[in-house]
Structures are given as structure tokens and as C-alpha cells.
Design a protein around this ligand. Structure first.
Ligand code: FEO
Length: 399
């Protein structure tokens, strides 16, 4: 079995999808699997851009064989050494013993560390601006450190105006039989693209901004990422989204209500707040962080201008799912947002004070309204306090 497709006359898609993978990196929910993209250039030289995850080794290697059509493989360009793109590098280098490796100096060290093999004689390290003449295609290498590891680089092919963008512009999920952005509902897929970017690369906004500046100087007709769709019709939209996300600016003026509830009382209060906000015409999302992968809540918190965090007190602390989310937000460089708080506690509510301390320690964070406190279950006083908080949030969002 193989599955390949032309991207241009000379460039073929040779990647593969793991449709059974429900957890990317053992951590992020991927309900419909994950795509591991790889591309082959057939010019006077043949050049493979990255390999693929071990889970798809069989079909990936069959794809490369088929796309080469009996030719030798001259080069493998390693943009990124994370194993979802390099676990089959050893197999490719064994299968095509004359293939050279083009990669950054840092990737060269990682190749030795990951494979345990000495490929020194086959490696040519490249840096920003270096080129490879493959025939009519001249490949120019672009340093892209920390997108999403330090060794990352991208490649620009001026002949077909293709940017091979490594992890950038990828998305969670498989592609449902589509390959290009205009073969799917691009807008409906944006939530998963945002969740992917903000969780995987989101910490490195400054580095993404630097690469976007380099990309702006290129004439790009196609972006070929290592996950998700090949972009050809929505390149400007994708770049605009990355510009907003990587500059830590909110994308949505509204309130994301995120809750961690033990028996459902905090959840009820969170939904009451969402209802009160919607009555006031405020864009609102509600997320349960206890029953879903917290990457969903993290992405929404980044995208919204305001978040309300609602959690039960637990072991004199914050109920664990919310505590983990706040730690993850901090680790991802969450900043410059407005937040509100709701707490619950049957005898000594503490979660509001503790969440406040975590959030206030992040840069540029501003609290809106008074913390809503429940003792066990929401009552009429709670509902009054929720209405007041909705007023404060509505005014803040509107202002
Ligand atoms: Fe898709 Fe950073 O690996």
C-alpha cells in the first residue's frame, strides 16, 4: 500500500496519517488521528524533506520508494529532529545508503544522539541563507530556532515558490482524505490549528514573529508544514492568525469561562455566568477542564481577551485540574489578559485566593470584578454576585 500525490510537477507528498493515534506526544487528545507530512522533490537531484513518525513507517517508506520510481535518493533535509519527524530517518538512511543529510549544526548532534549511529560523513550542516542546487530548483535554508526545538530550520524553493515550514502552520488531526487547505473547511479547522500552535509552539512567540518577518520577504505560493494541510488558498489568513497568536494579542473580545468542579455546583455557577454574559451579548465559551484535555482550555484562554477561572477548593488548594491548567498557562508564557474568579469551598474556600496569586504573578494580568464565592452550592446570593460579575466583565470587554 502506498499513497502519494503531486503538490507541484516536481514535488510529491509522501507523508502518512496515523488514524488510530488518539494522543499526540502521549499528551494531547487527537480524536481523529494525526498527519505526519513528508515531501519529495524530483529534480536532477532527489531530495526528501523530513521523514515520519514510527507509527506510519511502513506506508511512509513505501511512499518514498514509489515516488522515487527507481531513482536513488540524493539528499534528506532534516528540518526538525523531534521523533514524530525523524523516527524513520535511520530506516531511510539504511535503505538509501548514498543519501546525504542536510541539517543545522544542532540537528547534527541530535541525529547522533537519537540514532546512536555515526552519520558524520554523510552530513552537511547548513545555516541561514545556504543553498542547494537540485537542478532547476534552488533550495534556500532558513534558520527557525525554537519552532519548536532549537535545531529547526525551514527551506524555501524559489522555483515552485514553496516554503517547507517544519512544525509551523501545522494542526492537530488527520485530514479526512484532503491534502490542500481548500479541500477542507479551513475555518472549521481553525480551532484545532490554534490548539496545536498554542500548546506546541505557543511559548515561543518572539521566535515565530522573527520567522514571520523572514517569510514576509518571500514570494510564497505553497506552505508545506509537517502536520495538517498544505496551504495554497488561505496562506494570508494562516499568516494573519499566526501573527496574532504569536504576539500574545487576544484574537476574540469576549470571555472564556473555564471550570473545575467536583460534584457539579461550581460547574452550575460557571454555566450561570456564561448565560449571564450571553444575555449581555458578550462572546462566551465554557470549558470543563476536569473532563477534557486541558490543551483545549489553554488554547481558548490564549485566544480570548478575558477568562473566568472557576474552581473548587481541594485539599486546602485548587482542584487539581485547574491547578495544572494554571501551571501550564504559566509555562506557556500566558500574559496580557484580563481575568475573573469564582471559588467554591464547603468550609474554608481558598481556591479564589490561590488562583489569584498564580494569575497575578503572570505579566500584564488584570483582575476584573470581585471573586464570586460559593459555600458548597450556588444560592440566590451567588446568582446576584454572578450578575454583578457579568456586568463588570461585559463593561470590560466592551471598553
Ligand atoms: Fe511535529 Fe515538534 O514536532
Amino acid at each position: 500500500m502506498y499513497s502519494i500525490r503531486n503538490i507541484t510537477d516536481d514535488i510529491l507528498y509522501v507523508g502518512a496519517e496515523d488514524l488510530k493515534q488518539t494522543s499526540f506526544e502521549g499528551h494531547y487528545t487527537t480524536p481523529d488521528g494525526m498527519a505526519y507530512n513528508s515531501y519529495l522533490l524530483r529534480d536532477e537531484k532527489t531530495v526528501l524533506f523530513d521523514t515520519a513518525d514510527r507509527a506510519v513507517a511502513e506506508i511512509f517508506l513505501a511512499n518514498v520508494d514509489k515516488a522515487l520510481d527507481g531513482r536513488a535518493l540524493d539528499y534528506v533535509v532534516v528540518h526538525h529532529m523531534e521523533p514524530d519527524h525523524s523516527a524513520t530517518l535511520d530506516a531511510v538512511l539504511t535503505r538509501y545508503p548514498d543519501a546525504g543529510i542536510l541539517c543545522s549544526a544542532q540537528a547534527a548532534k541530535m541525529i547522533a544522539n537519537f540514532t546512536g549511529s555515526d552519520y558524520t560523513a554523510r552530513i552537511r550542516t547548513v545555516k541561514e541563507g545556504d543553498t542547494l542546487e537540485a537542478g532547476r530548483h534552488t533550495l534556500r535554508f532558513i534558520a527557525a530556532p525554537m519552532i519548536h526545538w532549537p535545531e529547526v530550520m525551514m527551506t524555501y524553493d524559489a522555483f515552485d515558490r514553496v516554503l517547507f515550514s517544519a512544525d509551523a502552520f501545522g494542526t492537530f488531526g488527520s485530514r479526512g482524505g484532503a491534502l490542500f487547505d481548500d479541500e477542507t473547511d479551513f475555518d472549521a479547522r481553525l480551532d484545532e490549528a490554534a490548539r496545536y500552535y498554542l500548546n506546541i509552539v505557543g511559548k515561543y512567540g518572539v521566535q515565530v514573529q522573527n520567522v514571520l518577518k523572514k517569510a514576509a520577504a518571500l514570494d510564497v505560493a505553497l506552505i508545506c508544514p509537517l502536520h495538517g494541510f498544505v496551504l495554497r488558498s488561505r496562506i494570508a489568513d494562516a499568516i494573519a492568525k499566526y501573527d496574532v497568536w504569536s504576539s500574545y494579542k487576544p484574537e476574540i473580545d469576549g470571555v472564556c469561562v473555564i471550570y473545575a468542579s467536583v460534584y457539579g455546583h461550581t460547574a452550575a455557577a460557571a454555566h450561570a455566568l456564561a448565560n449571564a454574559l450571553r444575555k449581555r451579548g458578550v462572546a462566551t465559551d465554557v470549558l470543563d477542564v476536569t473532563n477534557a484535555d486541558k490543551s483545549y482550555a489553554l488554547a481558548k484562554a490564549f485566544r480570548y481577551s478575558h477568562s473566568c477561572f472557576a474552581a473548587t477548593t481541594y485539599n486546602a488548594g485548587v482542584f487539581v485540574a485547574m491547578e495544572e491548567l494554571l501551571a501550564d498557562l504559566k509555562a506557556h508564557g500566558f500574559k496580557n489578559r484580563k481575568y475573573a474568579l469564582m471559588e467554591n469551598g464547603s468550609w474554608a474556600p481558598m481556591s479564589g485566593k490561590l488562583m489569584d496569586a498564580s494569575l497575578a504573578a503572570m505579566p500584564g494580568m488584570t483582575k476584573v470584578g470581585d471573586t464570586v464565592t460559593m459555600l458548597s452550592a450556588p444560592n440566590t446570593q451567588t446568582l446576584d454576585a454572578i450578575e454583578k460579575l457579568a456586568d463588570a466583565l461585559s463593561e470590560s470587554v466592551g471598553g
